[in-house]
Write a protein that binds this ligand. Structure first.
Ligand SMILES: *[C@@H]1O[C@H](CO)[C@@H](O)[C@H](O)[C@H]1NC(C)=O
Ligand SMILES: *[C@@H]1O[C@H](CO)[C@@H](O)[C@H](O)[C@H]1NC(C)=O
Ligand SMILES: CC(=O)N[C@H]1CO[C@H](CO)[C@@H](O)[C@@H]1O
Length: 479
């Protein structure tokens, strides 16, 4: 008797819940799916606002480097290669032994932080490459920041000059709108991309988010050995934009004394002497060697009109600027307010330096995070269409990670809050997030800020190369 009553009671309350849910679906607020669809159509509208038809294709020069990416499941590769699980996460600047590889992977895998490491032991690296070939799901793709960005830009309608030494196989997968400056090579540098999805398990660890751990043992890229060929073609090419990236390949590489500085000086000279009518953009990447970062602050950043980086690289650069250490790991899910505060601070710090001969004011700063895209542009500077560019960067983030031009909102989620504060300062304005106009732009001081949410892809195809595609997509609408 008692049992039946209890059963009826709970059935009744279940029915009430069901009814409430049904009512909400019918008449109440839009469902999550409808909200996502509105965000998508609004972002697509913002992206499409810029009419690029009928104008001359923009000319963009981009360096440096190139490689063959081997993309594998990270955990499967470690297992195939017989690399044992390590319960001691250690931050190594470069990798010499199997033990160090396991310790380093253990450091980045649980938080799901992107990283890239030089392997100084050729035997170890060759062993990993041959293990990767045994994995059924391994894929090859054209890799390296510059070629990835070049292909993206060509696809968006640009004429591109690419500085990098590629193999003939690699050149075959480049768009016909790309001219390569740099002698061909027989053996391309290989980058092993150890991808892992959110929730992946390795020994006792679970990955907090999808990301990748990259290992390489490059010979060509650290020397930027296409630089001279690139420089000699650059002046005739007369690009609207010069993009510099791929310098992280110099990180922790065993250079001879003074060798790296000499290469960076040559690049500095190129950036100093290029016509003022050419905008310059530097794309940062994961750097761990503090001295290299300091060199970038000296040789590259003061000559850049624009900088692009992710949420890990921003606090590193800022900290270094203020005389501190590089932080290595930072919050992978930062709030909008804290990113904006860091962006303002970096923008003001860089622009408070006195300009020396050939140096440029920073007029554009693009930060790509998993949850949102943020761009700061100086008012009255060369950069156009900031709102559309932010929307395009955000859409590209989904397209890249899901591996499809067509965005499917059932395979995406929004992880930005319903509203965000424009600063962590007390009493700061809060901006509500509106599905029908998801890109928020406003002016402050001498610049404009735009923020767009990312429809975060939930069925990850590839995270590597994301930053490059996203940055390139943002830039193409701004020149
Ligand atoms: C390089 O890696 C191989 C394969 O793991 C290992 O046998 C060798 O000891 C390593 N060399 C050094 C110098 O650590
Ligand atoms: C910062 O760098 C200095 C010098 O390299 C080092 O001694 C110190 O331990 C570092 N501090 C942190 C917090 O990493
Ligand atoms: C989604 C997207 O655009 N991904 C591209 C990133 O760039 C590489 C190289 O151009 C392309 O192969 C991807 O399709």
């Amino acid at each position: 008797m008692a049992d039946t009553r209890f059963l009826c009671g709970s059935t009744l309350s279940f029915l009430v819940l069901l009814l409430a849910y049904w009512y909400r679906q019918q008449a109440g607020e839009p469902s999550l799916q409808e909200r996502m669809d509105t965000v998508l159509s609004s972002l697509l509208r913002a992206e499409g606002k810029v009419d690029v038809d009928g104008v001359l294709p923009p000319r963009v020069a981009i360096g440096f480097g190139g490689c063959l990416d081997i993309i594998v499941d990270g955990v499967a590769l470690l297992s195939e290669a017989g690399i044992e699980f390590s319960s001691t996460p250690i931050h190594h600047n470069f990798i010499e032994t199997e033990k160090q590889l396991a310790e380093s992977f253990a450091y980045f895998f649980p938080p799901g932080a992107a990283s890239e490491r030089y392997v100084s032991n050729e035997t170890l690296f060759r062993m990993l490459v041959s293990a990767s070939r045994k994995l059924p799901e391994m894929r090859w793709s054209l890799g390296g920041n510059a070629p990835v960005m070049a292909n993206r830009l060509a696809r968006e309608g640009c004429d591109v000059l690419l500085g990098g030494r590629l193999s003939t196989e690699q050149m075959n997968v480049l768009s016909e709108h790309i001219t390569v400056a740099g002698k061909p090579v027989d053996d391309a540098d290989i980058h092993l991309i150890l991808e892992y999805p959110t929730g992946a398990k390795w020994g006792d660890y679970t990955a907090g988010r999808a990301n990748r751990y990259i290992v390489h043992s490059d010979n060509h890229n650290p020397m930027i050995d296409s630089l001279e060929d690139f420089a000699s073609k650059l002046h005739n090419f007369k690009p609207a934009l010069l993009i510099v990236g791929g310098l992280q390949m110099m990180d922790s590489f065993p250079f001879q004394a003074g060798q790296r500085e000499a290469r960076l000086k040559t690049l500095q000279n190129l950036m100093m002497t290029i016509s003022r009518s050419t905008g310059t953009h530097f794309e940062m990447a994961s750097f761990v060697e503090e001295n290299l970062m300091k060199d970038l602050l000296h040789y590259i950043i003061p000559y850049s009109d624009s900088l692009g980086m992710n949420e890990q690289e921003l606090p590193n650069l800022l900290s270094l600027f203020k005389g501190g250490n590089i932080t290595v790991l930072s919050d992978p899910y930062p709030r909008v307010a804290s990113i904006l505060d860091q962006m303002r601070e970096l923008y003001h710090l860089i622009n408070s330096q006195e300009l020396k001969k050939g140096q440029r004011r920073l007029t554009r700063l693009h930060i790509h995070t998993l949850a949102f895209q943020a761009i700061i542009v100086t008012k009255g500077s060369m950069w156009k269409n900031t709102m559309s560019a932010t929307a395009k960067a955000s859409l590209t983030a989904n397209r890249h990670v899901c591996g499809s031009m067509q965005i499917d909102t059932s395979k995406a989620k929004l992880i930005m809050d319903d509203s965000f504060s424009v600063s962590r300062e007390l009493g700061s304005q809060r901006i509500p997030f509106k599905e029908s106009s998801p890109v928020s732009c406003w002016e402050e001081s001498d610049y404009k800020i735009c923020i767009a949410p990312v429809l975060v892809c939930t069925e990850v195809f590839q995270t590597a190369g994301g930053g490059d595609n996203i940055s390139a997509a943002g830039l193409v609408l701004q020149i």
